[in-house]
Design a protein around this ligand. Sequence first.
Ligand SMILES: [Zn+2]
Ligand SMILES: [Zn+2]
Length: 227
Amino acid sequence: MEIINNNSSGDYHIHSSTLSDGMNSIDEIVIQAGKLKYNEIAITDHNQKYLNSYNFNANTHYSIISSGRWKNIHNDVHVIFGVEADLLNETGDICDNIQNITPEFIVLSAHQKIYSGNASLIKNGYLNAINRHGSKIKLLGHLCSQQFSDYLNPKDIIEIVSAANETGISLELNCANLVNNKTYENNLRAMLSCCKSLYINSDAHTLYEFINVRNEGFKYLKCNNYI
Ligand SMILES: [Zn+2]
Ligand SMILES: [Zn+2]
């Protein structure tokens, strides 16, 4: 298993208040990333369907960011603007835009409130999404969350991870979920047993999480002899 982002290289799943439901602005996150000595981060705010379903209002036009009017004036951290896309149904439809703009860095996750297909067929949803959207998806976010653990068993996880491996899509150890007891550990073990390429991400919605939860992820991997 290759770990893409070691302890100090960066964090690729972070939410901001500028574009979605994080508690801190893009600038606050970037200043903190500098203090953490990260080389690179990806701000991966929620897609439009997710924002609409929770009535979150954007604080700015995404075009201000996509047209390059925002620049990092604080430090040398390279900032990628991505999106946490949502899996919508078992046919593998996804929503990957924010204000009709689809960023290049796509984390694909499933959330109970947004997935409107047949939950018992969610494995097919993942497999179809991987097949249809391919390596345009960079990684699968919190695949082992408890949200769908009634519908995904370790065998299903291995099937999804194998398809991701073949397609060049990475997996994620979601450290906020790990710390907040939202992980279904049997599925996590199945994922780690066969995953080729892994991101260790915070999924931070607060600076506290941004600073702390990835350390817990590395501790978990060490304690269980994955690294
Ligand atoms: Zn999520
Ligand atoms: Zn997230």
